[in-house]
Write a protein that binds this ligand. Structure first.
Ligand code: HEC
Ligand code: HEC
Length: 450
């Protein structure tokens, strides 16, 4: 339901640009293109700390716990109640109501690409994902839970005992430590899928249109955004005061340093189309408002970040181009991570596609297991199957049985994987030369249609 306004918002800037364009922006210089492509290249490895490697069993357990209301005091609140997959694991509102009915102090942040984080929370007060997970559970206004009681409740459930034993063979018990590790391991699998911008970074010159490229030029140039929104996740993982009206002191009280007052962690910009409103207080409703803020909304105060341009002149067209560029960092539809729990994910073997939508949207396959794709479409298919760095593009010839309304098989994944590694030896090598984490995770295969 939230989709309508979001999609509309993404169309508007394009129209606006078309209306205002007049002088077309120059193409970026080849040197800039080269530099940007290097700066925004994705890593091909999902990091995990030494003490908590990512395994399928842990991820499955963590995904289930993420949905489990037994972690809360009232038995009614789960992590996913606030961190909703379709909204980039945020919740679509400025500040979520706490258990006392009053809005929480800050907005629910999206959870994509947490594996690469260096500190957590808007003010960076948590030093690891493992440590972070305990805080919302015991926070009086978030989940109002008690970890000891939650552990007892989980340990009384034979299925949970089994899942913990499978996830932690060396310490097969329902403990606080294992609970945190499983939640963190699940969160590390939330890697945002590649978008049009990533295709451009990889060398596809056609992936961005002229206005989006002009937006990138502004982002990396005159508008100065890249001073803080750096790298493939578009964050320097540092803390800055960008002059919002909020009274919240942010990083300052954590460090006990006044100069850090009003500073908040630079958010990533990946998949942000789906996580409006923006900022730590949810005070800006849309990308347009964000760009207007940087152009002429900054509150002047001594703590403002040295990296923040104080006065940027941005024409209407340029603002629309910046927004157009920001949109290319998000998928066209809200992406679903493959590691979601059974409500949305099922174990192998059959996926149906109706009206160009797969159901389930993601599926867990055991290595070597074949996947059947059933489908009501007669056109040629490109099925993108992938862990972000290891996508395979599958193409089927036109079906001869036009107009058949029944679902019918259009392919099997095992066939395609074999087929595609013969066609693309490099990709085949990729799949077999992965870190242990990747070897475990390559069984989690998300599906979507392009
Ligand atoms: C009632 C809503 C709510 C619930 C339930 C909730 N969170 Fe959050 N979450 C938030 C808010 C709000 C913040 C930001 C708080 C801050 O920065 O001070 C946050 C921050 C986070 C962060 C930090 C993200 C970042 O970018 O630094 C992570 C990770 C996270 N939550 C995971 C979880 C997990 C795991 C659970 C379940 C155990 C959970 N949350 C339950 C609202 C919620
Ligand atoms: C000085 C560092 C800095 C610069 C320069 C900067 N940003 Fe930010 N950006 C931040 C920080 C910090 C936040 C979060 C602030 C807060 O919530 O208090 C943020 C928030 C955002 C958000 C909201 C993300 C979310 O999920 O809430 C967007 C979008 C954004 N910036 C885009 C831009 C654009 C576009 C530019 C250039 C015009 C830019 N930024 C320049 C540091 C910076």
């Amino acid at each position: 339901m939230r989709k309508g306004p979001h999609r509309l918002r993404r169309v508007v800037p394009a129209l606006l640009i078309a209306m205002l364009a007049g002088g077309a922006a120059d193409k970026p210089a080849p040197d800039d293109v080269k530099r940007w492509r290097q700066a925004f290249t994705r890593p091909n490895h999902v990091p995990a700390p030494a003490g908590n490697s990512t395994t399928i069993e842990k991820v499955q357990l963590g995904a289930a716990l993420f949905e489990d209301t037994r972690l809360s005091g009232s038995g009614t609140v789960s992590c996913s109640g606030c961190h909703q997959a379709e909204l980039s694991f945020s919740d679509g509102i400025d500040r979520h109501p706490g258990l006392d009915g009053e809005p929480l102090d800050r907005r629910t942040p999206p959870l994509w690409n947490m594996a690469w984080g260096l500190s957590w929370f808007w003010d960076g007060r948590s030093a690891s994902l493992e440590a972070q997970a305990a805080i919302p559970i015991e926070d009086k206004r978030e989940m109002g839970g008690d970890l000891k009681r939650a552990i007892e409740a989980l340990a009384a459930d034979p299925l949970m005992r089994e899942s913990f034993a499978a996830a932690f063979p060396e310490d097969p018990a329902v403990t606080r430590d294992n609970l945190m590790k499983a939640l963190a391991a699940f969160e590390r699998t939330l890697v945002s899928p590649q978008t049009r911008f990533d295709r451009w970074v990889k060398g596809d010159d056609e992936a961005l249109d002229q206005d989006e490229l002009a937006g990138l030029s502004l982002f990396a140039g005159k508008a100065g955004c890249v001073a803080c929104h750096q790298g493939w996740r578009f964050t320097d993982e540092a803390f800055h005061d960008i002059g919002l009206h909020s009274e919240d002191k942010g990083r300052g009280p954590i460090l006990g340093v006044k100069a850090a007052d009003h500073a908040f962690k630079t958010p990533s910009l990946c998949e942000r189309v789906w996580s409006a409103p923006y900022m730590h207080d949810g005070s800006l409703a849309a990308f347009e408002d964000v760009v207007d803020h940087y152009a002429n909304g900054i509150v002047d105060r001594p703590t403002l970040s040295a990296d923040l341009p104080r006065s940027i002149e941005l024409s209407k067209t340029e603002r629309a181009q910046l927004v157009a560029f920001l949109n290319t960092l998000s998928s066209d539809d809200p992406p679903r991570p493959a590691s979601l729990p059974p409500r949305t994910i099922t174990w192998g073997a059959t996926v149906s596609q109706k009206d160009r939508r797969f159901s389930p949207g993601a599926i867990l396959l055991k290595a070597g297991e074949a996947l059947r794709i059933l489908n009501d479409d007669t056109r040629t298919h490109n099925v993108r199957v992938g862990w972000p760095e290891h996508e395979l593009q599958l193409r089927r010839p036109e079906s001869r049985r036009h107009g058949d309304p029944r679902l019918r098989p259009v392919g099997s994944l095992r066939h395609h994987l074999r087929h595609s590694s013969r066609d693309a030896p490099e990709r085949g090598r990729d799949l077999s030369h992965q870190s242990p984490e990747h070897r475990a995770l390559r069984n989690l295969i998300p599906f979507w249609l392009i």
